[in-house]
Design a protein around this ligand. Structure first.
Ligand code: ZN
Length: 131
């Protein structure tokens, strides 16, 4: 992904002005929503290391394998609760849409994700997956 490409998270910004600097560790996500968007983008570009680094140690899986066949093509943020620069926690409700590269079959993930901020950094904790 080039910095001049459209950011996968759908913010309308370029990757270099949106999730790119977060993936590279140039700056931390300022809000829970920004972290959520950058994690979605990490799925889209296949950055497993970033997903591990932004997963809270308490709930982080021992290893993370990304499915190469799954193409994440659209993110819609439905709602946010807290998660601002002065909060210690927050929630983001979103729908992420994907398709299988091999079969073209489409699917969607509707989740309310929970985040905490520790030491000035946001972490994904867990989420409730809905219909
Ligand atoms: Zn982005």
């Amino acid at each position: 992904m080039l910095d001049s490409d459209r950011c996968p998270c759908g913010s309308g910004d370029t990757y270099g002005a949106c999730c790119g600097p977060l993936h590279r560790g140039d700056r931390p996500a300022p809000t829970a929503e920004a972290l959520m968007r950058s994690r979605y983008s990490a799925f889209a570009v296949g950055d497993a290391a970033y997903l591990g680094a932004t997963w809270h140690p308490r709930t982080r899986p021992p290893s993370l394998e990304l499915d190469d066949d799954q193409e994440w093509w659209r993110l819609t943020v439905l709602a946010t609760h807290a998660g601002g620069p002065f909060d210690d926690g927050g929630e983001v409700e979103f729908v992420a849409q994907y398709r299988s590269a091999s079969t073209g079959e489409r699917g969607r993930l509707h989740e309310v994700s929970r985040f905490v901020r520790e030491g000035g950094r946001w972490f994904y904790v867990d989420g409730d997956v809905g219909a």
